[in-house]
Structures are given as structure tokens and as C-alpha cells.
Design a protein around this ligand. Structure first.
Ligand code: NAD
Length: 492
């Protein structure tokens, strides 16, 4: 067997071997290809202490906000250069197709450039206080050490929306890569190192949630937790944060509805739905996994979606011709197959897919799957698959579509396809979700905040406002008067 590639942790500016490693499997073949370092509670403690020391060290705390911004912009430039190398690693470790990883990583550079530019635009305030002898100013200070955790899909992107604002605000960070697909983030540490951040400002480790994640989120020196993952883990994190009372943002799962009205452009609906659910093999938090179709459009649309899904080129994710690769883990595929079966048992009709494509049994592949539901009862309508599985239901009226769209424990993203401007605006107001895309789907930008309602999360990432979440306000009172202080037993 060929020797497995060995990855290292990045702690306090040094690349380190861990005492223990675990194997990472290539999702296209199911075979081990790399050894990942497993951070122990002691490794986590060293990383957090390094971040805490860096917070006050002159090499970081002494930098102007402008200088911090320049470092971030440089990180963006170096990331753009490293994109092909990192994309190859991400494809190998997660099975995400090379067409997608290459473009996505190059675009992530824009997030670092955006937050680099924002670093010196976070201003304090002068307060015209109701006491004439007092001068009051508000300072925006970095909140402290950030513990960031990401899941395996889009690790670099999900890390960038935490690292960018945290570093721009002057925080330091310990970033835990997911135990599945950690390679691109561990390799990204070399780009961070080359950019010239002082030791301890950025630390990148990986390990299991139970050991590494738990130790990180309960650490007493952590002041802020930024988490992306599933709602059950989020509940652990919130409980963990009782230990350090760290402020927490949560970016969680989704079951995003796409509403297609009879007046919509059918070509656009097909393209958006296919991209929304089958890109990244459905392992996207914003996957448009519930399609609501106005009844007159249903037969023709379903036929076209079935034909298009069956034409998707399944293959080796490293091949540029491949349009859909495997799922990241065997566990994910088994869960999806079980949910599909349960859904059929509860009345959902299989339109296409639902099984492993012939010739791809060794890897973690699943055919693009479409299920038609009569009612919201089958689990495929309510549960997040995180797999290429689309559930479709017909509706008659706008009110009915809206009620079905909002009837979910999740509320992350949504799509509306209609030519009726007033309806588009009505639904943009009425849909309860963090994002509404009208006549488009799955578009992102560093300028636009992102996040969910309900069990899809708490707080926003991206955009200008997220930088403030990495700061806290200090109120400074200066007495301008030379007069003696008055009676100590009267509060003024
Ligand atoms: P997960 O919750 O199992 O794992 C996420 C991270 O949390 C991993 O790094 C894991 O090791 C860590 N973790 C696990 N247990 C922990 C604990 N007790 N303490 C601290 N850390 C712990 O997530 P997953 O199932 O691997 O990822 C898929 C989920 O992520 C889906 O629900 C998906 O929708 C969601 N997601 C959301 C967004 C978003 O922006 N809203 C983006 C991508 C993925």
C-alpha cells in the first residue's frame, strides 16, 4: 500500500506532528489516503494559550488596524495563488468536484480582501452625554480569543467568514477543521504562515468533536465561539459555552424551499433547481431541497428535472468533466439511503435515483434523486439529507405555497421563481428565512450577510455587520472638571 500523506497541526506559528493520527478516506475510492493529526485536550490548551498570548503581544496588539488589514489582503492574494493546490486537496479529501473547488477557493480570496479593507473602518463613537463636565467615548475592542469550528463541506469558505472579520477586528483564533476532509484547511495554514501573521494569531488544528471540539469550546480563555455544523452539535456547543460564557454564533442546517410559480421561466427554474440541489452532491447548507411547484407546471417540470438529473455526469471528482462526485463519507450515504427508503414507505414516490450508480460501488456515490410527495408527512420533506435528494410537492395558491415553505424547523435560504413583481416582493417579506433569492439561487458575496432563523442558526456571517460581532464596546468616561468630586453617597 502506498505511504499515506501525513498532515500537521499549526500551533503558535509552528507546524507540529500530533501524538496520535487518524486515517482520512478518499471518498471516490473508499481507500485511506492521508493521516490527520488528532488534537488532544493538551494540544487544544496550548493552541488557546498561544492565541491568548498573541492577543496582547506587541507583534499583533501593536499593529494598526490598517496594518492588520494589509496582512489580510496579502492572505487573500496568496490564497488566490494557492487555489489550484488547495482545490486538488479539497477534491481528494471531500470528493467535491474540481470544477467547483477551484472556482470557490479563488473567490474566497475576495472575503479576505473585503475584511482587509474593512479593518480600519471600524470606528468608535463620541457620546454627547447629559453631563457637561464629562467626555465620553466608546472604543470598539477585539473580543478576545475566538474558537471556530467548521464541518467538512466548504471548510475553507466557512473558515474565511470567521477568520476574516475576527482578524480584522484584532482577535486571535483557534480554528478546528472537521475530522472529515480536513486536508485543505490544514494546508491553508501554510498560506497563513507565508502571509506573515505573528505566531499564535491563527492556530489550525483538527480532531474529533468529542475530544478536540469539546476541549476548545469549554476552554476558559475562549471569549467567542463561531460554529458551523448541525443543530444537534450546536446544542452541545451552547451547553459547552456555559463554561466560559463565550458569545456564540451558529450557522446550522437547512431544508430550503424553492417556490416555482406557473408564470416562471421554466428554463431558469430547471437550472436553478439542479444547481441548488445537485451541486456539491447536495452537501450544501443552502441546498434547495424542497421544491414547491404550482400545479399546472408540475408534469412538464418534473419530466425535465428527471431528464436533466439523469444526464448529470457522475465520475471521479478530480476529472474536469465530472458534474457530480461522491458524498464525503460512507456514513452520509448510508443515512441518505435509509431516509429515502423511509420516505418511500411513508408515501413518497421515487421519480429517479435512490441508489448507488453502477460502477461506483467502492466510493461513497449516490445517484441524483427526486422524490414526489403528496403531503409533508414523509421524512424527506422535513429532514435535512445533506445529499443529492430533491423532494417535490405541488401547490395551488400563493398562500398555500407560503404556508408549506414556512412549515419547517429550519429557515436558512429560499428561492422564488415568478415574473410577478408584486408577488416576488410579497414573498420576500413573508418567507421566514435568512436569505430569499428571487429568480436566482445559490449566489453569495462577501458584502452580503448570511445566516438562518429558527434551527438554522443564530447570528450572521459575511457583510459589514459581522465584524462588530468580533468586537465589544468599552465606555470611557473622562471628567473634564477641576472641581472637587461631590458627595460620595449620591450617584450622578
Ligand atoms: P457537525 O455538527 O457534526 O460537525 C461540525 C463541527 O463540529 C466538526 O468540526 C465537529 O468535529 C465539531 N463538533 C462535533 N461535536 C462537537 C462538540 N461536542 N463540541 C465541539 N465541536 C464539536 O456537522 P456535520 O454534520 O459534519 O456538517 C453538516 C451540517 O453543517 C449540516 O447540518 C449543514 O447544513 C451544516 N452547515 C451549515 C452551514 C451554514 O452556513 N449555515 C454551512 C455548511 C454546513
Amino acid at each position: 500500500m502506498p505511504e499515506l500523506k501525513r498532515f500537521q497541526h499549526y500551533i503558535d506559528g509552528r507546524f507540529e506532528d500530533a501524538a496520535a493520527h487518524f486515517e482520512s478516506l478518499d471518498p471516490a475510492t473508499g481507500a485511506p489516503w492521508a493521516l490527520m493529526p488528532a488534537a488532544s485536550a493538551q494540544d487544544v490548551d496550548r493552541a488557546v494559550r498561544a492565541a491568548d498570548a498573541a492577543l496582547r503581544a506587541p507583534a499583533w496588539a501593536g499593529l494598526t488596524a490598517t496594518a492588520r488589514g494589509k496582512l489580510l489582503s496579502r492572505l487573500g492574494d496568496l490564497l488566490a495563488e494557492a487555489a489550484p493546490r488547495l482545490a486538488t486537496l479539497e477534491t481528494r479529501d471531500t470528493g467535491k468536484i474540481i470544477r467547483e473547488t477551484g472556482g470557490q477557493i479563488a473567490y474566497i480570496a475576495e472575503y479576505f480582501r473585503f475584511y482587509g479593507g474593512l479593518a480600519d473602518k471600524v470606528m468608535g463613537l463620541h457620546v454627547p452625554v447629559d453631563k457637561p463636565e464629562m467626555e465620553v467615548t466608546l472604543r470598539r475592542e477585539p473580543v478576545g480569543v475566538v474558537a471556530a469550528m467548521v464541518p467538512w463541506n466548504s471548510q475553507l469558505f466557512l473558515a474565511a467568514v470567521k477568520l476574516g472579520p475576527a482578524l480584522a477586528a484584532g482577535c486571535t483564533i483557534v480554528l478546528k477543521a472537521a475530522e472529515d476532509g480536513a486536508a485543505p484547511l490544514l494546508e491553508f495554514a501554510r498560506v497563513v504562515h507565508e502571509a506573515g501573521f505573528p505566531p499564535g494569531v491563527v492556530n489550525i488544528i483538527t480532531g474529533t468533536g468529542a475530544q478536540c471540539g469539546q476541549a476548545l469550546t469549554t476552554h476558559p480563555l475562549v471569549a467567542r465561539i463561531a460554529f458551523t455544523g448541525g443543530p444537534e452539535t450546536a446544542r452541545h456547543i451552547v451547553r459547552n459555552s456555559a463554561a466560559n460564557l463565550a458569545a456564540t454564533t451558529l450557522e446550522l442546517g437547512g431544508k430550503s424551499p424553492v417556490l416555482a410559480f406557473a408564470d416562471a421561466d421554466p428554463d431558469n427554474v430547471v437550472s436553478a433547481v439542479i444547481a441548488g440541489i445537485f451541486a456539491a452532491s447536495g452537501q450544501s447548507c443552502v441546498a434547495g431541497s424542497r421544491l414547491l411547484v404550482q400545479r399546472p407546471l408540475l408534469p412538464a417540470l418534473l419530466e425535465r428535472l428527471k431528464a436533466r438529473a439523469e444526464q448529470i455526469v457522475i465520475g471521479n471528482p478530480a476529472d474536469a468533466a465530472t458534474q457530480m462526485g461522491p458524498l464525503a463519507t460512507a456514513r452520509q450515504r448510508e443515512r441518505a439511503l435509509a431516509l429515502i427508503k423511509d420516505s418511500q414507505d411513508q408515501g413518497a414516490v421515487l421519480i429517479t435515483g435512490g441508489d448507488v450508480p453502477a460502477g461506483f460501488e467502492a466510493g461513497f456515490y449516490l445517484r441524483p434523486t427526486i422524490l414526489l410527495c403528496d403531503t409533508p408527512k414523509p421524512p424527506c420533506w422535513g429532514e435535512e439529507f445533506f445529499a443529492p435528494v430533491l423532494s417535490v410537492m405541488a401547490f395551488d395558491t400563493e398562500d398555500e405555497a407560503l404556508a408549506l415553505a414556512n412549515d419547517s424547523k429550519f429557515a436558512l435560504a429560499s428561492g422564488v421563481f415568478t415574473q410577478n413583481l408584486a408577488r416576488a416582493h410579497r414573498l420576500a417579506r413573508a418567507i421566514r428565512a435568512g436569505v430569499v433569492w428571487v429568480n436566482t439561487y445559490r449566489v453569495i458575496s462577501p458584502l452580503v450577510p448570511f445566516g438562518g432563523y429558527k434551527e438554522s442558526g443564530l447570528g450572521r456571517e459575511g457583510g459589514v455587520e459581522s465584524i462588530l460581532d468580533y468586537t465589544r464596546t468599552k465606555s470611557v468616561w473622562i471628567n473634564l472638571s477641576d472641581a472637587p468630586l461631590p458627595d460620595p453617597f449620591v450617584m450622578r
